[in-house]
Write a protein that binds this ligand. Structure first.
Ligand code: PRX
Length: 662
């Protein structure tokens, strides 16, 4: 694997910063407009983070009480804290200060599921809506520190929901509306959420999603929930539990449209976001107020080179970290106009993204490689005739972007006139950590290039944990010192936080990704080195899918691995053995796929399920997933020594099974 990648690096072209971005007549001057300037700022940010971030935090955030200590704690105990005595409110920073200065500026452009269904919300209106909902939450008994679950479609009320929680110091836990009722329940129960904010139905790609019904199902076994506030999105008939369920519009009509923001300590939690790791149940990654908000604002400013009249469009879902940071907190911290997109890239046609860019004069556009690959495959004609000339920065996130997709994005969307930013980060990092800066860093297709301010990335030898110095090295990616927006803990499970991120390589934050630094110092992310699968940028744990399969009455054992997929990056292959007297059949394989959809959600559906007689195991009974991975990815000729398997003959059986299914 390494040789092939090393060859790629050698032939990859370098793209200089597009001239247009540095020309005062055609674009605002980038905040960082040369590589030397970037290097100088980056050096300051890692050598003297106290001065650097103290200054930046005062520039980008409004504090109701100033801090005196910039930073404390470290990776040893996982007690990192930033801006310790400082107080601020995220909702005030994202709404009030802009509403007071500029009430008629559009805060949110909502591009609804159907074309031409646009709703604009000004900062002035946003302040009223957020205040009203904050008062509704208070009237429901929600207090500072309470956890609130949000399970909502991509509508402005979802943004209002996050900000209303932040306003009163409640901790939101958004659950992606593609998760099943079981997954939603697990997240509600883990966080002991008191209130759920939801909608009657969602709309996506012309289809209705039974949002409220899914919530009802989840709540059958989630006893902590006292109230469910339901926004009427489609007007469909939905089941109702009197005494628990309340209509959003009824409660909002009663509420006062101003609510004073609660002063929050910089280290008070802002939100939980559940994410999958290699083992166990999903973790409630906790972000705090000051550091997170600074990371969100700073990255929008510098990585997307955000200027005051820009229209910022992040096409992610609010249920993932990308939506939190780049639809809500980042752009709104800066007082930007942020676009909220309810539909899909192909509804009603594969021109939809470009219609949106043209109609709203989008300047920054941020999406995932899987969408880029899908649109590329559908053909260039879908871009014909669209005016994309307002775009300056186009971004990619969620998984490695293959050079072909990068080139297509650069040529067809950016017209070779935009900065392409391949941004690497994670739920846990809070904001982007490795990335080009539009006016400063020449790009190589497929490389996330260089660290953002405050990030000191290191490549470690996976076995010895030693730093691999210099260029032309491959290993695992870690970060050597704390940065403001890093997650502070896993909810109610600090030892899991330590074990997952800070203990694997002492003294470092471990990302779980493999990476190389090429001969020019560029960083290339190679994908996960743990049992996490990335399907279309959705992060899934093999252990979770396996346990979903095992919960089916027919299944004895399950082993799940990631296969290569041209469109989705990776895809799920599941191997199962069946209980005695259960026959393999096509119907059963379908049923098992349904089981995974039911337990996790439709986006976790395996691409292939193989019912087999046995799995490759060591003599001590450990399943050798490495062997399954090679067989699925057509590398059966590189299996290496299989003689240590308890039964080496299973290998031929597995190869035959997989080949006959392909
Ligand atoms: O494997 C990396 C991949 O996505 C993982 C993080 O997933 P999640 O927490 O869901 O956050 C996704 C959006 C930030 C990482 O560990 N990943 C993310 N961005 C990139 C990437 N891999 C390669 N290149 C990227 N730009």
């Amino acid at each position: 694997m390494m040789t092939v990648e090393a060859e790629n690096v050698a032939v990859d072209p370098i793209y200089q910063v597009p001239k247009r971005l540095l020309d005062k007549n055609s674009a605002p001057t980038p905040y960082v407009d040369s590589f030397e300037k970037y290097q100088e700022l980056w050096k300051q940010s890692v050598e003297d983070p106290d001065t650097f971030f103290s200054k930046l935090s005062k520039e980008l955030l409004s504090w109701s009480k100033p801090f005196t200590t910039v930073r404390s704690g470290g990776f040893e105990q996982g007690d990192v804290a930033w801006f310790l005595e400082g107080e601020l409110n995220a909702s005030y920073n994202c709404v009030d200060r802009h509403a007071l200065a500029n009430p008629n500026k559009i805060a949110i452009i909502h591009e609804g599921d159907e074309p031409n269904s646009v709703r604009n919300i000004t900062y002035g209106e946003l302040l009223q809506e957020v205040s009203r909902l904050a008062n509704v939450l208070k009237s429901l008994g929600v207090r500072k520190g309470d956890n609130i679950a949000i399970y909502m479609p991509m509508i402005p009320e979802a943004v209002v929901a996050l900000l209303a929680c932040a306003r009163i110091g409640a901790v939101h836990s958004v659950v992606f509306a593609g998760f099943s009722s079981d997954s939603l329940r697990d997240r509600i129960v883990d966080a002991s959420a008191k209130v759920v904010l939801t909608a009657d139905e969602g709309k996506r790609g012309g289809k209705a999603i039974a949002t409220k019904r899914i919530v009802d199902q989840a709540l059958l076994t989630a006893p902590t929930v006292e109230s469910v506030l339901v926004f009427r999105r489609t007007g469909a008939d939905v089941p109702w539990t009197n005494g628990r369920d309340l209509w959003w519009h009824d409660e909002m009509a009663k509420a006062r449209p101003y609510c004073a923001p609660e002063p929050m300590n910089a280290e008070d939690p802002l939100f939980l976001l559940y994410t999958s790791g290699s083992t166990g149940t999903p973790k409630g990654v906790m972000h705090t107020t000051g550091g997170y908000l600074l990371g969100a604002g700073a990255t929008v400013k510098y990585i997307f080179d955000y200027h005051p009249d820009d229209i910022f469009a992040c096409m992610a879902d609010i249920g993932w970290i990308t939506g939190h940071t780049y639809i809500v907190y980042g752009p709104l911290t800066l007082g930007a106009t942020t676009l909220l997109f309810e539909s899909t890239p192909t509804y009603p046609t594969p021109s939809r993204f470009w219609e949106v860019v043209q109609e709203h004069k989008v300047t920054q556009f941020y999406t995932a490689p899987t969408a880029i690959r899908a649109l590329r495959r559908l053909g260039d004609k879908w871009l014909d005739g669209y005016d994309l000339s307002t775009l300056r920065v186009i971004g990619s996130v969620g998984e490695p972007i293959n050079p072909e997709a990068w080139e297509w994005y650069n040529e067809m969307v950016g017209k070779k006139n935009c900065a392409v930013v391949d941004t690497y980060w994670q739920t846990e990092t809070g904001s982007i950590i490795v990335t080009p800066l539009p006016g400063a860093i020449a790009t190589k297709p497929g490389s996330a290039t260089f660290p953002f301010f405050g990030i000191k990335p290191v490549i470690l030898d996976p076995t010895s944990g030693k730093e691999l110095e210099g260029n032309d090295v491959t290993g695992v990616l870690a970060v050597a010192q704390p940065w403001p927006s890093m997650a502070r803990t896993v909810y109610n499970n600090h030892h899991r936080y330590l074990d997952t991120y800070l203990r694997p390589y002492r003294g470092y934050y471990f990302t779980g990704d493999g990476a190389s630094r090429d001969k020019d110092g560029y960083i290339w992310i190679r994908g996960r080195v743990d049992d996490v699968i990335n399907v279309s940028g959705h992060r899934l744990s093999t252990a979770e899918i396996e346990s979903a399969l095992i919960s089916h009455h027919s299944v004895a054992e399950a082993a799940v691995i990631g296969g290569h997929d041209d469109l989705t990056g990776q895809c799920i292959h599941a191997f199962t053995t069946l209980k005695p007297n259960i026959e393999d059949s096509e119907g059963l394989e379908k049923e098992l796929a349904l089981q995974v959809r039911k337990v996790i959600g439709p986006f976790a559906t395996p691409k292939a399920i193989y019912c087999v007689n046995d799995l490759p195991k060591t003599r001590s009974g450990k399943i050798m997933r490495r062997i399954l991975r090679k067989i699925v990815n057509n590398e059966a000729d590189q299996l290496g020594d299989t003689s240590t398997l308890a039964d080496p003959s299973v290998v031929d059986m597995l190869i035959e099974k997989v080949q006959s299914a392909q």
